[in-house]
Design a protein around this ligand. Structure first.
Ligand code: SF4
Length: 361
């Protein structure tokens, strides 16, 4: 498979969303379109820029690498900080935690996604912070004036002795985003964090073309993610929009909007599951598709409900990218099968209560 980037389309997406955001138009004025880290949502007593705050931001990246909404993940971190700020949020104490105890506390505190693995990673990462950066994450960025150097210090699977457990490019970008957002480190070039939702936005809007793609394989992998990073740096070079602004433009948009496209929320085709996977997936209980009618024709067409029509009217109908967005890309394939892939063309409802209303005007 070969990947091509349509740079004209990419520029259109960037400029359209940038303008809409600068003018505070839909969807950026919606109350839910806010970064998860905003001070208004921080718990009382947590001081911006304090070691505890830096530790909360750092460890939230560990939690956000999973299938979890970023707002939820940040709130979980805040609750954990309120209940167990020591030993969890001081690396010198966290590195001494008993792993079994840490697992239990994460679970009891509601930080449940991948909690068994995360407990171990939390402890090992605290050890690395103490061993290489005197327990102070901000020291990692001293002298790291390029994102490549910062990545080298943060990402483990590139041969770096410093690298943190669970950290890959997305988490490294996310951490730089948080720290620059609060001006805790200097602002410099970095690619925006390309999570599933941002990646989906660029694919469904035709920025990427996948030559010789089989239509089934997982797209959310290298080299696609490498192309996303390349595109992000191109945005900065050509349009002067750095990673911080790009993150606020794309991340906020994608994490709020596209999950409401009924074609993205659709359930998976029955043939995609085993009966076992209906009950438990990756160690957690999930709600599956028992209610999927037999006559449902797979992923080619959506059986519209009034709820779908209402969701469409709230989001896709007024989306500034509605002219270029042509594909569905349901989250279920990614989160439950580990395969990000398109699934049919984005549809409009066959009957729309708003259309009826409009024509009566
Ligand atoms: S039209 Fe809908 S799915 Fe497409 S970009 Fe807009 S909100 Fe997302």
């Amino acid at each position: 498979m070969r990947i091509e980037i349509d740079y004209d389309r990419a520029a259109y997406i960037l400029q359209t969303l940038r303008k809409v955001r600068q003018e505070n138009q839909f969807p950026y004025f919606l109350p839910e379109v806010i970064p998860p880290q905003i001070p208004e949502r921080m718990p009382k007593g947590l001081v911006i820029g304090s070691p505890d705050h830096v530790s909360v931001l750092f460890n939230s990246c560990l939690i956000m690498r999973g299938t979890i909404n970023s707002q939820t993940a940040m709130q979980q971190m805040y609750r954990l900080w309120e209940a167990h700020r020591r030993p969890f949020f001081d690396p010198r104490e966290a590195m001494k935690m008993d792993e079994e105890w840490a697992k239990e506390i994460l679970w009891e505190s509601g930080v449940r996604y991948n909690h068994k693995q995360n407990a171990g990673f939390w402890i090992k990462n605290a050890e690395k912070l103490c061993e290489y950066w005197e327990g102070n994450l901000l020291k990692l960025f001293e002298g790291a004036i390029t994102y490549e150097e910062a990545y080298h210090r943060m990402i483990r699977n590139n041969g770096s002795p410093y690298g943190f457990y669970g950290f890959r490019h997305k988490m490294a970008s996310l951490l730089i985003y948080f720290l620059t957002w609060f001006s805790l480190i200097d602002r410099y070039s970095f690619p925006f964090p390309a999570d599933f939702q941002v990646s989906r936005l660029f694919i469904t809007n035709g920025v990427f073309r996948f030559i010789d793609y089989d239509g089934q394989s997982n797209l959310y992998a290298e080299p696609f993610l490498g192309e996303m990073r390349k595109l992000s740096l191109w945005f900065e070079k050509e349009y002067g929009v750095d990673g911080l602004e790009q993150s606020d433009i794309f991340w906020l948009f994608a994490s709020t909007m596209c999950e409401h496209n009924p074609g993205n929320r659709r359930r998976m085709h029955p043939g995609d599951y085993s009966s076992e996977s209906r009950r438990v997936y990756r160690g957690r209980k999930v709600r599956f598709i028992e209610d999927l009618p037999e006559e449902f024709p797979g992923e080619d067409k959506l059986k519209w409900t009034w709820r779908d029509v209402r969701e469409y009217n709230r989001y896709c109908r007024f989306c500034p990218l509605r002219e270029t967005c042509t594909l569905n890309m349901p989250w279920a394939y990614h989160y439950r099968q580990g395969r990000m892939r398109p699934a049919g063309e984005r549809e409009k409802p066959p009957v729309n209560n708003l259309d009826l209303f409009d024509s009566a005007m």
